[in-house]
Design a protein around this ligand. Sequence first.
Ligand SMILES: *Cc1c(COP(=O)(O)O)cnc(C)c1O
Length: 256
Amino acid sequence: MSSIARRLGEIRQRIARAVQAAGRNPADVRLLAVSKLQPSAAIREAYAEGVRDFGENYVQELVRKSTELADLPDLRFHLIGHVQSNKVKSLVGRVSAVHSVDSVRLAEELGKRAIAAELPLAKCWSGVGPAVAATSRQLPVFIEVNVGGEAQKSGCEPSAVVAVLEAIQAQPSLRAVGLMTVPPFFDDPTLSRPYFHRLRELRDAVSNAASLPELSMGMTLDLEEAIAAGATIVRVGTAIFGERPARDVPLSREGP
Ligand SMILES: *Cc1c(COP(=O)(O)O)cnc(C)c1O
C-alpha cells in the first residue's frame, strides 16, 4: 500500500471517530484533500483511493494541474487560497468551488466571469446541500472570514460578512454555501476551538444552517475540534500527502 493510501485510511478513521464523538451524521462531514505544492502524481494516487475533492491555493498551479489531470473527468478542484480579481478569469470552468471569497469586489468579478463558464456536470460540487441540477450550474462559494483578526491573514472582518453575502447573492452565477476560516496557528489544537465556534455563531447570526449549510474549517492538526464545532468540510493536506515541498515560484509571478 502506498503511503498516501495508508495515510488516507488513517485520516478517514480520524474523521469517522470525530464525527461519532460529536454525535453527528457521517454524511455531513466531507474531506477536502489539500494538494497545494504536491505533484499531480500524488493527486492521482489519492484519486485512486476514492478522493474526488482537492484543495489548491494558487491559481496558476490549479490551472496547470487541471490540464495535467484532464483525463479524470470527475476530479474537482476547490480554490482555498487568496485570489486576486485579475486571476479570476483563468479559474472559471476549472474550479468546482471557491472557499476564499472575502470581498464584494471579488464576488462581483467571480460572478461576472462565472456566467460564461461551462463546468461539466461531473465536476459540479453540491456539498451537504441538495444535488446540483443540470439546469442550475451555479458556482458554490464560501465567504472566508478572518475570525482571529490577524493582520497578515486573508478573509474579511466578521462585520463585513453580510455585505459579502449580499454581493454573492446578487450574482445569478454564484451560490453562497457557507463560511470558511483559517484560525490563528497553535500547537495545541484545543486553542482553535473558540475560533471554530465563532465561525459557526457568525453563520447563525447572518443566516441559518438551511440556507448557508457549509462550514469549511479544520486542518491536519485541529480537524477533531472543527468537527466538534460543526465543520462540514475539513481541509487536510499534510496528514495525507506528507510535508509540502518548498514553494519555488517567485511571488512576483503569482502574487501571495
Ligand atoms: C495548506 C492549507 C490547508 C491544509 O493544511 P494542513 O495543515 O497541511 O492540513 C488547509 N487550508 C488552507 C487554507 C491551507 O492553505
